[in-house]
Design a protein around this ligand. Structure first.
Ligand code: ATP
Ligand code: ZN
Length: 212
């Protein structure tokens, strides 16, 4: 029988809520964290555990049919995938922050700065949209320490509460993107897989409705 292949985060901020959503949809999976994949016992679903950054590519290539990933990652990776449903968890924003001692009144104050970020594509689009010239420094982690060590004048990073920024002497000055976990799907699904996706989507929507 044909199975629907779903990619979810192996470990990290979206892992538990992704598993929880599938459980709430009545799908039984045994999630050994060290496993690469597992199968549901009561739904034709195969679950792949991956790094979130790799999920859009796997979906574009059709290795996975669908996946649960932050909208921020989908937009940054510029892969051809359909966003079929927002899932209501993993909420965060991608924000510009500057040292709290810096005088900041408008986005124009970012002109000629060096901005450290793990999201060069999204930041570049934001700068273009606002007609700002700035230098983007791509770094993969601990972006919030960049101003303190003299690597950058500003940062653009994911924020939920803002406490990490505060602890690093930074203040949030612009929201670049609001994000949450989404269900993304491959552009060219087989008809059988589309039927399974519709079935899953129906359950997800019922779960969401029950929570409102
Ligand atoms: P991986 O090992 O899979 O690459 P990661 O370290 O890149 O994991 P996480 O920190 O687990 O990623 O974040 C996964 C997603 O959770 C983010 O892409 C984002 O959509 C969401 N998220 C929600 N709140 C936050 C937050 N405060 N900081 C970072 N990400 C957040
Ligand atoms: Zn990642």
């Amino acid at each position: 029988m044909m199975k629907l292949k779903i990619a979810i985060q192996k470990s990290g901020r979206l892992h538990d809520d992704s598993i929880k959503l599938l459980k709430e949809c009545g799908i039984d999976i045994n999630n050994g964290v060290n496993k690469l994949k597992t199968e549901a016992s009561n739904f034709p679903l195969e679950v792949f555990f991956l790094r979130d950054d790799d999920i859009p590519q796997y979906i574009e290539d059709g290795v996975a049919d669908i996946g649960i990933v932050g909208e921020n990652v989908v937009l940054e990776k510029k892969k051809q995938v359909n966003i079929v449903e927002k899932l209501g968890f993993g909420k965060c924003r991608l924000s510009m922050a500057v040292p709290k001692t810096m005088e900041y009144s408008t986005v124009k104050d970012l002109e000629n700065t060096r901005i450290a970020t793990s999201y060069p594509v999204i930041v570049n689009e934001f700068l273009q949209r606002n007609g700002i010239k700035a230098e983007i420094h791509e770094i993969s982690g601990s972006v919030e320490i960049a101003p303190g060590i003299g690597l950058a004048d500003a940062i653009c990073d994911l924020v939920s509460s803002g406490s990490t920024l505060f602890m690093n002497g930074l203040k949030e000055v612009e929201t670049v993107l609001k994000s949450e976990a989404v269900l993304a799907a491959c552009h060219n699904l087989q008809p059988e897989q589309q039927i399974l996706l519709d079935k899953l989507l129906f359950r997800i929507q019922a779960v969401k409705k029950a929570k409102n």
